[in-house]
Design a protein around this ligand. Structure first.
Ligand SMILES: NC(=O)c1ccc[n+]([C@@H]2O[C@H](COP(=O)([O-])OP(=O)(O)OC[C@H]3O[C@@H](n4cnc5c(N)ncnc54)[C@H](O)[C@@H]3O)[C@@H](O)[C@H]2O)c1
Length: 266
């Protein structure tokens, strides 16, 4: 996709990967960037600092009506939405357990999975009418290769990948492109980093290499303006592990289970 002149909406854009994406898109000569976040102050601050026409909006993506209002505001301000980035997400306690309260399970599914559904339901029909559009879904390596994340995170991210695959299969021929960003560790709010924190990524030991959100945003930009791949893997080893899992699922489960137990000192 040629991003020049396009209108972009990014959820969870007040911090971390979403904020870096907002900055990268803003530098690409887009028509407008709408930064949405649960933290409305972060969204406004991020939008005000972008070098492009931008709007900051407070939005809880767990609420389908709020996503509808976000899309309405984006269209009123910058016209039809060309790129919708479903990026907002959060992690449950690690390693977590099966006994988490029912509401916790529902909350994480609402944000990490169903928000992608509500956004697609709202924006895909008008994208199809106009001949195409782009959905960028920030998912996780946890959707491809279950790792040390909590159970709600793992299950909701697998669901989000399945939904993205469904949209891609069913709307591809109508011009809808779908890319799933599936990084491993990235130095963001998930590692305690807040907007304005310029510190270097810490050593995360057994988690492997921790990338900056800026480098992830650059990888996304190159992918979207290049081959528009379904999977965007800023950590290449995620793709290697996914391949090993696909060719020997049971062996992969055995080895990964042992590795997780060693990591946790069991
Ligand atoms: N950081 C990592 O290591 C990593 C790895 C793989 C995937 N991811 C994914 O990247 C995405 C962005 O996370 P991040 O790492 O930048 O973390 P982050 O905490 O820095 O950013 C997430 C942003 O989403 C916002 N948010 C949370 N719940 C929301 C809601 N209900 N509605 C609207 N906004 C909400 C937060 O306020 C925050 O600004 C998430 O989907 C996450 O699962 C992160």
């Amino acid at each position: 996709m040629d991003l020049r002149g396009k209108s972009v909406v990014i959820t969870g854009g007040g911090n971390g990967i979403g904020l870096a994406l907002a900055r990268r898109f803003a530098a690409a000569d887009v028509r407008g960037v709408v930064v949405a976040d649960l933290n409305g102050g972060w969204a406004s601050k991020a939008a005000a600092a972008l070098e492009a026409p931008a709007l900051g909006v407070a939005c809880d993506v767990a609420d389908p009506d709020a996503i509808g209002r976000l899309a309405d505001q984006a269209e009123e301000t910058f016209g039809p939405i060309d790129v919708f980035v479903s990026n907002a997400g959060y992690s449950d306690p690690v390693p977590g357990d099966l006994d988490q309260p029912v509401d916790r399970w529902r909350d994480i599914v609402d944000v990490n999975l169903l928000a992608h559904v509500w956004a697609a339901r709202r924006v895909v029909p008008s994208m199809v009418e106009r001949g195409g559009g782009y959905l960028l879904q920030t998912i996780s390596s946890a959707a491809l290769i279950t790792g040390p994340s909590g159970p709600g995170y793992t299950a909701s991210k697998h669901g989000a990948l399945g939904f993205a695959e469904w949209v891609s299969l069913n709307y591809r021929h109508q011009g809808i492109r779908v890319s799933c960003l599936c990084p491993n560790a990235v130095y963001t709010g998930m590692f305690g980093r807040q907007p304005g924190d310029d510190s270097e990524p810490p050593d995360v030991g057994s988690l492997g290499e921790i990338l900056t959100p800026e480098s992830v945003a650059e990888t996304v930009y190159t992918a979207m303006t290049g081959d528009e791949p379904f999977l965007i893997l800023p950590h290449p080893r995620v793709g290697d592990s996914f391949l090993r899992k696909a060719t020997d699922y049971d062996g992969w489960l055995e080895r990964t289970s042992g590795r997780l137990q060693r990591m946790r000192g069991d």
